[in-house]
Design a protein around this ligand. Structure first.
Ligand code: ZN
Length: 296
């Protein structure tokens, strides 16, 4: 009896599973049908993604194969004309006016050809920026920091500095070090930060994380001259010279004040000398006090 009941129960379970699968299939069919109907009516399901609007594309400029080859070469940065003698950034609209037979290209910045004023900043930034894609950020930073085109040219062309544009200033790479020319607390004034380093006993150094204040506040002109001239060897030599000067000044001062240094006297005389020095100092202080009180 028990086994018969169990077999009946198993059949019943199989039937329920079978009907369940059929029911789900019917629901799926219904859903698919609804979508189909709505699609026919041009409505679609509420959850269906909206079609992206068609943006009219800019009319493409058709280049000759020669110009096309130049424009698609990523190593080419600048264009100029054989006859006009003006140097352009690759993106300059003025360069489009140069006829093919006059068109020359360059991977380097050629300082002997006069720069076109229209594309000057782009041409300078293209040479020294590690992030040309941030060009609009550069324009905003230069404007706020009051860099004029001459200073931007000096930074990239003459001093050969490299940069990266951040939201609060520029990271600038000089000969060996990296620097930050950044805004001081929500103002348009700038300060110069220098990368941290740790001096080693052999006279070299190792760079560590972060920056320390070098000059605050600073003008962009002065900051660029500091960055372009700085080397660690020159810095160490300057520090040594300054220390020697201070030592020399102290030596002269003590020689003028103490014609007979107490260290050169015998022990008894040295004690007396120290006592007299204290008494003299006390008298000098007392005289100063008297002058302050009575000569006001
Ligand atoms: Zn130009």
């Amino acid at each position: 009896m028990g086994r018969g009941k169990s077999a009946h129960f198993d059949r019943w379970v199989l039937w329920v599973k079978h009907m369940g699968r059929r029911t789900r299939a019917v629901i799926r069919e219904k859903t698919d049908y609804t979508r189909f109907l709505l699609d026919l009516q041009g409505q679609g399901l509420p959850s269906s993604p909206k079609p992206t609007p068609v943006v009219p594309s800019k009319p493409k400029i058709s280049f000759s194969p020669y110009r096309q080859r130049i424009m698609s070469d990523e190593t080419v940065k600048y264009l100029y004309s054989k006859s006009s003698g003006v140097f352009h950034d690759k993106s300059c609209p003025e360069a489009l006016k140069i006829p093919d037979e006059e068109l020359c290209c360059s991977k380097e910045y050629l300082t002997e050809i006069p720069q076109c004023p229209l594309c000057a900043i782009k041409a300078y930034v293209r040479l020294g920026a590690k992030d040309l894609y941030n060009f609009h950020r550069y324009e905003r930073l230069f404007d706020r920091m009051r860099f004029d085109p001459a200073l931007i040219r000096q930074m990239y062309i003459q001093k050969g500095l490299k940069t990266f544009a951040g939201s609060n200033g520029l990271t600038i790479w000089g000969k060996e070090d990296s620097w930050r020319l950044e805004f001081r607390e929500d103002s348009d004034k700038t300060r110069l930060m220098h990368n941290n380093y740790h001096p080693l006993p052999d006279g070299t150094r190792v760079f560590t994380k972060g920056y320390h204040v070098q000059v605050d506040p600073v003008t962009p002109q002065y900051a660029l001259s500091v960055i372009a001239e700085y080397t660690y060897e020159a810095h160490k030599a300057a520090m040594l010279r300054r220390e020697q000067e201070v030592q020399e000044r102290l030596r002269r001062l003590s020689a003028a004040q103490m014609p007979a240094p107490s260290e050169m006297l015998p022990t008894e005389q040295r004690k007396t000398h120290k006592t007299w020095a204290k008494v003299t100092l006390f008298i000098e202080k007392f005289k100063t006090w008297l002058r302050e009180v009575f000569l006001k």
